[in-house]
Design a protein around this ligand. Structure first.
Ligand code: NAD
Ligand code: MG
Length: 379
């Protein structure tokens, strides 16, 4: 049976790797919708190749700007493009691979329309995890994780039967600053932060990996996906990025998933679930690797982990505030307006100043996000 897939954020790192898998299996996947924010040439090329029913640019596009040979599909301009892609084509699966809290509304729209959500956009769970999980349950469409660590845990859970894991071991590469001292990290440059040792990803998540806010967001993501409190989610620094995460059972058994660091494996698992597909990715060569190493994270050098756990324990809109302030601070850093150390400082300040906000609805969440960005921009 052919699976029909809509790809939100198709020109990004996850989006292009997803299309690579679609191209490898044309008999199994048909692309119904493609969206991007501003990379129009790249999107044109993708539309030419995959011939979706619908395409959209959230930054906007006028009818005259659409190349003549691409007018066979319906073009949607502006923010409406995301909603159209999530609900208005005949997709079975909606892959949400846009960046930031912008993904939350798309996830809710896709679920509401009864679609299977393949989730790369962790920020949707960080900010609206309770609403997303509740709607997914109500619709009988569990979220399929694309984030490599969460995919690893999800894959391990397939072997858990009726047994719940006692704990999750969430692995982290440690990022480019793992061995740096605190003072050097505070003044790290954009180029240094964008140089991830193992993964090639979009700019936002690469900076988050350097600050370890990415792992903080992933603790929150795991909390919602697997319904475990934060004190049962242990972060393990594993610089080789071969063990993608693990689960621990009451009898002392640990199940882990291993693979080379290539996102096509978790993306392909979500697309083909419960089956598997060929991805072009080789299995790791254990003889070649020889040894794997593990360390405790340093929460003094990387306060992001502590802040994330505090936000989870505080509840309400604290995780949304952390996320919104971080998104704003990362874009200030990428524009060269604040030093690397300023990211954590601004997030911590925003969390202090905006304590006690609630997150009972999408409106409250978007309002908390707006306030957090204002605080973070103030510094
Ligand atoms: P990216 O920057 O490479 O690509 C993002 C895509 O989304 C692009 O097509 C862009 O045009 C579009 N986009 C960005 N912001 C948008 C907005 N506000 N509205 C509409 N479209 C927008 O990002 P990426 O690295 O592919 O990451 C996408 C998501 O997947 C993020 O949430 C990230 O945390 C998550 N993720 C990525 C990786 C990875 O390896 N890249 C791994 C795990 C999780
Ligand atoms: Mg990850």
């Amino acid at each position: 049976m052919i699976k029909k897939i809509a790809v939100l954020g198709s020109t990004g790192s996850i989006g292009t790797q997803t299309l690579d898998l679609c191209a490898r299996h044309p008999e199994k996947y048909r692309v119904t919708a493609l969206t991007a924010r501003s990379s129009r040439e790249k999107l044109f090329e993708q539309v030419r190749r995959f011939r979706p029913e619908m395409a959209g640019l959230t930054e906007g596009i006028t009818p005259e700007e659409i190349p003549e040979d691409l007018r066979f599909c319906r073009w949607v301009s502006g923010k409406e493009a995301l909603r159209a892609a999530a609900v208005e084509t005949e997709a079975d699966q909606v892959l949400v691979a846009i960046v930031g809290i912008a993904g939350l509304q798309s996830v809710m729209d896709a679920l509401e329309a009864g679609r299977q959500v393949l989730l790369a956009n962790k920020e949707a769970l960080v900010t609206g995890g309770h609403l997303v999980m509740e709607l997914a349950r109500r619709k009988g469409k569990p979220i399929l994780p694309v984030d490599s660590e969460h995919s690893a845990i999800f894959q391990c859970l397939q072997a858990a039967g009726p047994n719940r894991p006692e704990r999750i071991l969430l692995t982290a590469s440690g990022g480019p600053f793992r061995t740096w001292d605190a003072a050097a990290i505070r003044t790290a440059t954009r180029e240094q932060a964008l140089k991830h040792p193992n993964w090639s990803m979009g700019a936002k998540i690469t900076v988050d990996s350097a600050s370890m806010f990415n792992k903080g967001l992933e603790i929150m993501e795991a909390r919602w996906l697997f319904d475990l409190p934060e004190d049962r989610i242990t972060v393990v620094v594993h610089p080789e990025s071969i063990v993608h995460s693990a689960i621990v059972f009451c009898d002392g058994a640990v199940l882990a998933q291993l693979g080379v660091p290539d996102m096509r494996v978790p993306i392909g698992y979500a697309m083909a679930y419960p089956e598997r597909m060929t991805t072009g990715v080789p299995a790791p060569d254990l003889f070649d690797l020889g040894s794997l190493t593990f360390e405790k994270p340093d929460e003094e050098k990387f306060p992001a982990l502590r802040l994330a756990r505090e936000a989870l324990r505080a509840g309400g809109a604290a995780c949304t505030v952390l996320n919104g302030a971080n998104e704003e601070a990362v874009s200030l850093f990428l524009r060269g307006e604040i030093p690397f150390g300023g990211i954590t400082e601004r997030v911590e300040k925003a969390l202090d100043r905006l304590a006690g906000l609630t997150a009972n609805s999408l409106e409250e969440i978007f309002e908390a996000d707006r306030l957090a960005r204002i605080e973070a921009a103030k510094g």
